[in-house]
Design a protein around this ligand. Structure first.
Ligand code: I3P
Length: 125
């Protein structure tokens, strides 16, 4: 029997684990707190999951992923915002700020370009 994936899943462009720290919410600074996040990029948004992919798909935890609208968002390298290497920042139109990081150069480069391409394809407002 054929399994038809939800539309959402068909639009997934990239997914994987990165280190994530949310540093502002609606323009208000937050205390930096790095944690591993399973990240799902689709054409218009990024979802940050608190749990592993397996846990999220089994839907046992009941955690809703944090969904980030990429329309009007900005992305830039943020060397000065962390003592860690390979950090970039996403700033949403609503004033949320996220740092994303990986120790592995090609992983963070792939993510940077995938998210930048997604943002650049979207209307700016
Ligand atoms: C923060 C924690 C972060 C660190 C941050 C510290 O301390 O050590 O890992 O960020 O540095 O303030 P705490 O856990 O007490 O909040 P980096 O790992 O990105 O350097 P910062 O204040 O210079 O951003």
């Amino acid at each position: 029997k054929e399994v038809i994936p939800p539309l959402e899943q068909l639009m997934v462009e990239k997914e994987g684990y990165l280190q994530k720290a949310k540093i502002a919410d609606g323009g208000k600074k937050l205390r930096k707190n790095w944690s591993t996040s399973w990240i799902v990029l689709s054409s218009q948004k990024i979802e940050f999951h608190k749990e592993s992919k397996q846990q999220a798909l089994s839907m046992k935890t009941g955690h809703k992923p944090e969904s980030v609208d990429l329309r009007g968002a900005q992305i830039e390298w943020a060397k000065e915002k962390s003592s860690r290497k390979n950090v970039f920042q996403i700033t949403t139109a609503s004033g949320n700020e996220f740092l994303l990081q990986s120790d592995i150069d090609f992983i963070i480069l792939d993510w940077f370009h995938a998210i930048k391409n997604a943002i650049d394809r979207l209307p700016k407002d």
